[in-house]
Each structure stands twice: as C-alpha cells, then as structure tokens.
Design a protein around this ligand. Structure first.
Ligand SMILES: [Zn+2]
Length: 321
C-alpha cells in the first residue's frame, strides 16, 4: 500500500486528493515568535487560519479531499501540535517538513552541525517524529540562501537531505530552483533519483529568467511553479511578484514542451504569517479561485488539471520503500 506521512498519521497516497504542494500555515524568521510586536495570540492565529483551511477543504471535496503541504521546516515557525489541531478541526490533511528553508535561516545549533548529525535529525523527524509530537515529517525542505549561490552550509543540508531521502523514502522540495547544477551534482553523487526532488519557485519574479526549468525536467527533476498569486497587479506587491499573464505563459510553455508530469503548482501563501505582514488577500484558495479558471481559459483540460494537482503530488509524496 502507498504511504504518505501527515501530521495525524500515515495515509494512503490515494487519500490525499487535491494537493497544494508548497504552502505555509505560518512562516516567520527564526525568533519571530519572541517579538511581542508581531506575536499573535493562539486565538488570532486560529481565527486567521481556520476559515482558509475550511474553504480549501470545501473546494477539495470534488477531488476526494485536500492536502496542504506546509513547506516551512525547522526554525521558521513550524508548530506541529497546532497543525495537528488544525487538521483535526478542518479535515485538511497537513504534511509537515523536516529540513530548512535555507542555510541562512538555520539557527547556529544546526548551522554548526555535521552532515551526519543533520542526516540523523531529518531521519528522526521522518521515522520517529518531530519533537515530542509523534507526528512524522512527510518531506524534506532544503534551499539556497539569499544571494543565489549555494553556500557551504546549504550544500551540507542538501547532502544530508539526500541521505535522509534515500534512507526513508520521503521526497525533497527546494526553496528556489537557482544553482540547480550544484544541487543536481550533490543529488547525483549521493545516488538520489531526481524524480524525488521538486525544484521549487521556478516561477518567482526574481529568478524565473535564470532558472533552467526545462533543463531540470530533462535531467529528471520535478519543477514547482509554486508562487502563483504573487502578482504585480496586487495593491502592494512583494519584490518577488510577477505579472499574472507572464507567469501563466511561463507555466504553459513548460507544460507545452511535454513536461506536464514533471510540473507541480502551488500558491506559497501563508494562512497566518509570523513576524511579517504577509501579502494581503493571498491564500491557498487562489489555486481554486484564480489559477484553475486561468488554466481552463488557456485550454488545459480537466484530466491535465487532475494530473497536476492530484496524480503528480501523490506520486511525489509517496514514501519509496
Ligand atoms: Zn514557501
């Protein structure tokens, strides 16, 4: 039987339904939980988050359920007890990640750790559980630090992630798809098949031009167009925003070259951001309210939409025995 780790237990991949593969319950910089200017009470966090997840659950019904992959990892506000309660209350499957968004958000304790130590940490979170929660991580997050080139620490995390992915069978998702040559060299040296890696944020407004998405797919990697909704048309767009039509055209070019099975899409939205205001009005439900209608208008059929949001992520998240 296929298996995927969610925060409430292991489920068959067939039960995932519609998957938002790169999202955040609440992303914050390390330490933001200690900042009383931005600290949100539990009541505020639930009040912001529950309606979004309930909406997601409602819209996912026609796909047999909904799964929210929280791509936050260690040190950036991950709060697994809270995720478990959200999942139980809303019916949305939540997959939590081990790993780090990038070396530059790993606290010194981890930044100074050896590759072996990091590997053991990731494997423990995947096979035993995260902290004392008993919830097992279902994916490993890695990323390139700000600057666009992989640092020595990023590389150590990538290598540990590859080893943990091989040991446990869970996949890796990356923050940024830049410097993919270095990443692919590390995964290759470790013997990790590239279809176990989702190279994320290939579509963001800063790096899209220099991201070699077609090349990554030709090497066997999966490519995440996962910042849908961060648009320059917003009232106060973030610096990584991009014109809506341009991003859509980029995605359709990728799919049009025969890479639909390599494509994953998501909104990278925060239900309740920590320590930063977030982007007004942007939620995971952008996928249903805006992206899917855009894809239909562009001529993508329902079977392709199901491939993109159901089949591809199920295959990606399935633990390899
Ligand atoms: Zn993200």
């Amino acid at each position: 039987m296929t298996r995927v780790n969610t925060v409430l237990g292991t489920i068959p991949a067939e039960e995932l339904g519609f998957v938002a593969v790169h999202e955040h319950i609440g992303y914050g910089m390390p330490g933001s939980e200690l900042d009383d200017t931005w600290w949100k009470t539990p009541e505020e966090r639930y009040a912001e988050t529950v309606p979004k997840l309930r909406g997601f659950h409602e819209r996912s019904r026609e796909y047999g359920g909904g799964t929210f992959v929280d791509a936050t990892g260690i040190c950036n506000g991950r709060d697994v007890d809270y995720y478990r309660s959200l999942s139980a209350k809303t019916g949305v499957h939540i997959v939590a990640c081990t790993g780090f968004v990038g070396g530059d958000t790993a606290l010194p304790f981890f930044a100074r750790a050896s590759t072996d130590y990091l590997t053991r940490q990731f494997v423990h979170e995947i096979t035993v559980g995260i902290g004392g929660t008993g919830a097992r991580a279902g994916a490993i997050k890695v990323g390139v630090s700000r600057g666009g080139r992989m640092t020595e620490l990023d590389g150590r995390i990538y290598r540990a992630a590859a080893r943990a992915a091989l040991t446990t069978g869970v996949p890796i998702l990356t923050h940024l798809a830049v410097d993919a040559e270095t990443a692919i060299a590390i995964f290759g040296a470790e013997g990790l098949p590239l279809d176990r890696v989702l190279f994320g944020h290939a579509d963001d407004g800063v790096n899209a031009e220099k991201t070699r998405d077609m090349w990554i797919a030709e090497q066997g990697g999966r490519v995440g167009f996962d910042t849908f909704g961060y648009e320059t048309e917003l009232e106060d767009p973030p610096f990584w925003a991009r014109p809506r039509r341009e991003r859509l055209a980029h995605f359709l070019r990728f799919v049009g070259r025969g890479h639909l099975r390599k494509a994953l899409a998501s909104a990278d939205a925060n239900c309740s951001p920590l320590g930063w205001p977030g982007v007004k009005g942007h939620t995971v439900n952008y996928l249903f309210d805006d992206l899917i209608p855009d894809l239909r208008d562009a001529g993508l059929d329902e079977a392709s939409i199901t491939t993109l949001f159901v089949d591809n992520p199920a295959e990606f998240l399935t633990i390899q025995d």
